[in-house]
Design a protein around this ligand. Structure first.
Ligand SMILES: *[C@@H]1O[C@H](CO)[C@@H](O)[C@H](O)[C@H]1NC(C)=O
Ligand SMILES: *[C@@H]1O[C@H](CO)[C@@H](O)[C@H](O)[C@H]1NC(C)=O
Ligand SMILES: *[C@@H]1O[C@H](CO)[C@@H](O)[C@H](O)[C@H]1NC(C)=O
Ligand SMILES: *[C@@H]1O[C@H](CO)[C@@H](O)[C@H](O)[C@H]1NC(C)=O
Ligand SMILES: *[C@@H]1O[C@H](CO)[C@@H](O)[C@H](O)[C@H]1NC(C)=O
Ligand SMILES: *[C@@H]1O[C@H](CO)[C@@H](O)[C@H](O)[C@H]1NC(C)=O
Ligand SMILES: *[C@@H]1O[C@H](CO)[C@@H](O)[C@H](O)[C@H]1NC(C)=O
Ligand SMILES: *[C@@H]1O[C@H](CO)[C@@H](O)[C@H](O)[C@H]1NC(C)=O
Ligand SMILES: *[C@@H]1O[C@H](CO)[C@@H](O)[C@H](O)[C@H]1NC(C)=O
Ligand SMILES: *[C@@H]1O[C@H](CO)[C@@H](O)[C@H](O)[C@H]1NC(C)=O
Ligand SMILES: *[C@@H]1O[C@H](CO)[C@@H](O)[C@H](O)[C@H]1NC(C)=O
Ligand SMILES: *[C@@H]1O[C@H](CO)[C@@H](O)[C@H](O)[C@H]1NC(C)=O
Length: 461
């Protein structure tokens, strides 16, 4: 979900405006005295109280000014002077009047309505955003459709349909989030937008299947938190420019395509919270720029491949809540270099305690000499110095959030008396304090405060 304005786009426009303003003040004597003077006067012109604000002095095209007024956007201050009120508008530099390139409608009041006429006069907009603006959608005039490059609708427009969206055929960027989209699937929307590069349709309850055909220029696909089902089509792996793929929280099933590693530009990927099965494809060893890999909460199986530790840029790795088995193939230095590492919730997975410290709190059991998880002996609490915690310490019975409850009483290589609460509390300070703030609780493993222990950036806190 992209909630932020696109900085690059805004920056480009902004520098263009700056450049244009500079050159126009050099070439033509400005008619408006305030724009020719230095910053104090310019400053005062921005303040409605100190100058006489009259819409007629605006540099914006009068028709567009009226359209803004009909949308309840204050125009006492020239919407073309930057920074505009709430940064909601940006203009071009055309003569004699400027025209709007960007408009953001945010936190709309109930009484505004989108009129076709107003939208028709906004035919110069390249970027239109609705944020928390539950107005009734209307058909967009063709002039506006032709001009629009970027469209954002977050918790706005009450309800959208695929048919309505697919009309916006010239978009390179589409963001729809937190509003119901009734469509037979993403294909109907994608099919008409031949220039699309970035697509977010997230938290919309969109149903249907993933498209079999994609535009090869897509760089961002976020279809998270919908009701998509079926398999991941292998045609998706032809998207050589794809940097972000988020299919999390759907009902996608089947295996990850064996050609997944063909996505050579991929940096961030989440396939989390679906029904994927099978193993991690070998081809993923060749994904040079992978930074963020989230495969959590599926039914993936097989062993965890060692090549993941050779991905140089990896910062986030979440394999929790799957059916992975065998010995975790990672060493201490790899795990500590990550910002987030989760493997809990894989009951057949274990770690080699002569390679990894139990203090990492991985949420999985240590291995026995055969590489199988040591199951917690029922008599554990009585033979381990009997600290108060171990009675309700469920040890290797992994929590679903991937955090570990067990401190490794039996296999810890050091001589600290782990069973004693004071001993544990000092470990908590020495090691755990980097992981989370435990307040006055001495035992992280049994304390809810720390349940997301492995979540926390290891280098930061
Ligand atoms: C411009 O106005 C702002 C806020 O009113 C004020 O903080 C700032 O000092 C002013 N700058 C100049 C150059 O007058
Ligand atoms: C407007 O944008 C500028 C530059 O990005 C930012 O510094 C400023 O805080 C923004 N103002 C508002 C009201 O959002
Ligand atoms: C919109 O509403 C949100 C939440 O109420 C608030 O945080 C935000 O500042 C508002 N933005 C504007 C531009 O009014
Ligand atoms: C898309 O934009 C081009 C010009 O950039 C224009 O010729 C074309 O008609 C537009 N397409 C639609 C469907 O509006
Ligand atoms: C999606 O469906 C759920 C369950 O029916 C509902 O609670 C939620 O509000 C819907 N969300 C949207 C954005 O339509
Ligand atoms: C979605 O659109 C179809 C066809 O227009 C309609 O039959 C169906 O009732 C709509 N579903 C919802 C939940 O509005
Ligand atoms: C894809 O991008 C390339 C280079 O950026 C461009 O030449 C080509 O026309 C684009 N293709 C489509 C279908 O937009
Ligand atoms: C994927 O989307 C979910 C929900 O929209 C979000 O919480 C998560 O951070 C996203 N992950 C990536 C890798 O973009
Ligand atoms: C892994 O899952 C696949 C697909 O469900 C299944 O065919 C295979 O037998 C499983 N392998 C193991 C080792 O469980
Ligand atoms: C990609 O993932 C990294 C690491 O989790 C994160 O810092 C970054 O913001 C993500 N980028 C995008 C575009 O989501
Ligand atoms: C840890 O694993 C990485 C990747 O497999 C490897 O490059 C590195 O040499 C290992 N470090 C140690 C101390 O064994
Ligand atoms: C654990 O690591 C040690 C030292 O690298 C090795 O000798 C041993 O075989 C490993 N145990 C398992 C079960 O992989």
């Amino acid at each position: 979900m992209e909630l932020k304005p696109k900085p690059h786009f805004l920056f480009t426009l902004f520098s263009f405006l700056l450049l244009a303003t500079t050159s126009s003040s050099l070439s033509t004597p400005p008619s408006d005295s305030s724009s020719s003077s230095l910053s104090p006067a310019k400053n005062s012109s921005l303040s409605p109280s100190s100058s006489s604000p009259s819409p007629s002095s605006s540099t914006l095209d009068p028709k567009q000014l009226r359209a803004l007024q009909s949308l309840n956007i204050p125009t006492t201050r020239d919407p073309c002077i930057q920074p505009s009120l709430h940064n909601a508008t940006l203009c071009d530099n055309s003569k004699p009047f400027k025209h709007l390139l960007f408009l953001r409608l945010i936190n709309c009041s109930d009484d505004i309505s989108l009129s076709f006429t107003a939208l028709k006069s906004l035919y110069t907009l390249q970027d239109l955003e609705f944020i928390n603006c539950p107005v009734t959608p209307v058909h967009f005039p063709s002039e506006l459709v032709a001009s629009l490059r970027s469209f954002t609708c977050i918790k706005s427009l009450k309800k959208l349909t695929g048919v309505w969206l697919k009309n916006l055929a010239n978009l390179t960027e589409l963001t729809v989030s937190g509003v119901t989209v009734n469509a037979s699937g993403p294909s109907i929307i994608l099919g008409s937008m031949k220039k699309l590069r970035s697509m977010t349709i997230s938290h919309t309850n969109l149903t249907g299947f993933l498209p079999k055909r994609w535009h090869l220029n897509l760089t961002h696909i976020d279809l998270s938190a919908n009701q998509l089902r079926g398999k991941i089509p292998s045609s998706l792996t032809l998207l050589g420019d794809l940097e972000l793929l988020n299919l999390s929280s759907n009902s996608i099933s089947g295996e990850i395509p064996t050609s997944f590693g063909d996505l050579l530009s991929l940096q961030n990927v989440s396939l989390a919270s679906n029904s994927l099965s099978g193993s991690i494809p070998d081809s993923m060893s060749a994904m040079p720029g992978l930074v963020h890999l989230d495969l959590s909460s599926n039914q993936l199986n097989g062993t965890i491949p060692k090549f993941l530790s050779e991905l140089k840029d990896l910062k986030y790795l979440n394999l929790a809540d799957n059916n992975f088995k065998g010995v975790l193939p990672f060493n201490m230095s790899f795990i500590e270099r990550l910002e987030v590492f989760k493997v809990g919730g894989n009951s057949d997975l274990c770690y080699n305690h002569s390679v990894l410290s139990s203090k990492l709190k991985l949420g999985i059991a240590p291995c026995d000499k055969h590489g199988l998880p040591l199951s917690p002996p029922p008599a554990r609490s009585s033979d381990s110095s009997d600290d108060s915690s171990s009675s309700d310490d469920s040890d290797y019975n992994d929590s679903s959030d991937g955090s570990n409850h067990g401190s490794d009483h039996h296999h810890g290589p050091n001589k600290v008396v782990l069973g004693v609460a004071i001993g544990l509390s000092s470990i908590q300070e020495g090691f755990g304090s980097h992981l989370c703030s435990v307040g006055d609780s001495s035992l992280c493993g049994v304390h809810k405060n720390c349940s997301s222990l492995v979540d926390v950036s290891w280098s930061e806190c």
